[in-house]
Ligand binder design. Structure first.
Ligand code: PLP
Length: 355
């Protein structure tokens, strides 16, 4: 193995690539990983020299605090390849800022910007063959930070590991989803960690989601923990409603994650002269809009699927169908967003970042 130090980064290249063993037409989301990974340890009060090594299992002490207290945060982003083989990221600075917002809430040290971007760029250059061209193909990028210190005392760790791993993904054309509006369980609460991409937020969603899946639905629409009267997120996505020709979504808060897809969709809607209302959305008004026919669309937004249209929702014992018009907003937003991501359309807001 060659072992070089570039810009204060140690690089150990994989002896051979695993890429020829991968069937890119048949990959499940997040199961296949590229040849390399990035890691950087925090100890003695500072981030140490970052490394890129072949993708491989970690050796970590069973007493590492992440296993006991869930001190872990992550990000989700994608790289895209254009027709000329150039690789692009989409608003990566927002992911960088957000992982540090999440880290701060979980009492973890912030990761330095130069390390983040240098690591990401070097990793993507090494593994660029894994970013496939074609509509919907992308490399999903997962930065994360875990408390690695071996000590089971219930306090913030003094040692952490920051890593980036990458997984090739295909477009997924999932069926429209049917959702249940939460009346008992909550994803987040005022003063809590709902705005952070904390690993434990996901673990806490699995059980209520499993319960609705046992009744033939797919996801939970999360409501505010106090009253369950306000609609806040769709599973692990932000949520949008189209009422007549207006787009409506809840404001971000302690409880609602500041999604990059969400804010990009809001901007694209404005660029298309669509009126956008950012305000609390009640269960009551959406039920009424479903009854009087003014509810035209409901969809989730997030990096993995871009948009995820909802075909029906349940509240109590009542089920409401969402009958979409032929030309949907979510279809248009997805197309316009992906055209920017794949370097097909003009990037008037400066969202693309070239590797
Ligand atoms: C990551 C995430 C989103 C979507 O954020 P994007 O930046 O658009 O991917 C929405 N809600 C929750 C709870 C999330 O964790």
């Amino acid at each position: 193995m060659s072992n070089t130090i570039v810009n204060e980064m140690k690089i150990v290249k994989a002896e051979s690539s695993k890429i020829q063993d991968v069937d890119f037409d048949n990959i499940d989301f997040g199961r296949v990983f590229t040849d390399h990974m990035f890691s950087c340890d925090f100890k003695d009060g500072k981030w140490q020299t970052p490394e890129i090594t072949p993708y491989q299992p970690l050796t970590i002490d069973p007493s590492a605090r992440v296993f006991h207290y869930g001190q872990a945060v992550f990000e989700g982003m994608k790289a895209f390849k254009d027709d000329k083989d150039a690789v692009w990221l989409f608003r990566p600075e927002d992911n960088f800022n957000r992982i540090n917002i999440s880290a701060k809430r979980l009492a973890m040290p912030e990761f330095p910007k130069e390390y983040f971007f240098n690591g990401l760029e070097t990793l993507l250059k090494l593994d660029k063959e894994w970013v496939k061209k074609g509509d919907g193909n992308a490399l999903y990028i997962r930065p994360f930070i875990i408390a690695s210190e071996p000590a089971i005392s219930a306090s913030p760790a003094e040692e952490y590991k920051f890593m980036i791993i990458c997984s090739p993904v295909k477009a997924y054309y999932k069926d429209k989803i049917k959702v249940v509006i939460a009346e008992k369980y909550s994803r987040s609460a005022d003063g809590g960690v709902g705005f952070a991409k904390a690993a434990g937020n996901y673990a806490a969603q699995f059980y209520p989601t499993k319960l609705v899946q046992e009744t033939g639905f797919h996801q939970v629409i999360w409501t505010d923990a106090n009253t369950h009267e306000y609609l806040e997120e769709a599973g692990t996505m932000n949520i949008f409603f189209r009422i007549n020709d207006k787009l409506v979504t809840a404001p971000t808060s302690d409880r609602i994650l500041d999604g990059i897809t969400r804010k990009s969709i809001i901007q694209i809607a404005k660029d298309n002269n669509i009126e956008v209302d950012i305000r609390p959305v009640t269960v009551k008004e959406i039920k009424e809009a479903a009854k009087d026919g003014s509810l035209k669309e409901i969809f989730g937004s997030g990096t993995a699927a871009v948009v995820s249209p909802i075909s029906a929702f349940k509240h109590g014992e009542e089920v409401f169908d969402v009958v979409e018009p032929e030309n949907t907003y979510h279809g248009m937003f997805k197309r316009q967003l992906m055209d920017i991501q794949y370097n097909i359309a003009e990037d008037k807001h400066g969202w693309r970042y070239k590797i």
